[in-house]
Write a protein that binds this ligand. Structure first.
Ligand code: SF4
Length: 200
């Protein structure tokens, strides 16, 4: 998982991309977006100076195939997305850290990047019996979700489980599986449904 203080430019330089290619990329981006002549240098400046956006990816009730789909992506390759485009600081399904070490990353992200990180949510929180049907890090997932949503810049509901509830929410829905927008109501939530969601 990458450090959120790194810029896009420093990451691609480390991967062997030359400065000339970087500026070519900025010019092509500006041209393809139909922007004016100054745009290329502004894009270059932003990529050189602004840290990549930290992303926290959490998992509730689900089958994890939306992650399976993501890690098999060819366009973009998952390594390009994770190592160059975003700073994926936490994903309890694929990260090496576990237990207290993993939980500490959440605290650190809230402290250092308050209001600046994106929260991606796969799966949904079950609300029945105080959320006891999905325990994550020693507490009900719904509590963890609310805690991380509080300081997030925006939230992505990744897949049908997070967006609509999917199969867990089918009648009689014994766990009271609930889409995340019914639990988090004070933040922008982008729904990206699909079962599984295609990363393209
Ligand atoms: S949306 Fe479908 S594929 Fe994705 S985690 Fe839920 S059940 Fe699995």
């Amino acid at each position: 998982m990458g450090a959120a203080t790194e810029t896009f430019y420093s990451v691609i330089r480390r991967q062997g991309i030359t400065r000339r290619s970087f500026h070519k990329f900025c010019s092509l981006t500006a041209t393809s977006l139909g922007l004016g002549p100054l745009a290329a240098s502004r894009i270059a400046n932003a990529l050189e100076t602004k840290p990549r956006v930290p992303v926290i990816w959490m998992h509730g009730l689900e089958c994890t195939c939306c992650s399976e789909s993501f890690i098999r992506s060819a366009h973009p390759l998952v390594k390009d997305a994770v190592l160059s485009m975003i700073s994926l600081d936490y994903d309890d399904t694929i990260m090496a850290a576990a237990g207290h070490q993993a939980e500490a990353i959440l605290e650190e992200t809230r402290a250092k990047h308050k209001g600046q990180y994106i929260l991606a949510v796969e799966g949904n929180p079950p609300l029945n019996e105080g959320g006891m049907f999905c325990i994550d890090g020693g507490k009900p997932f719904v509590e963890k979700l609310k805690m991380m949503a509080e300081d997030a810049m925006a939230i992505i509901a990744w897949g049908a489980c997070a967006s609509w509830g999917c199969v867990q929410a089918a009648k009689p829905n014994p766990t009271q599986a609930t889409p995340i927008d019914k639990v988090i109501t004070n933040k922008p939530i982008i729904k990206v449904p699909g079962c599984p969601r295609s990363p393209k």
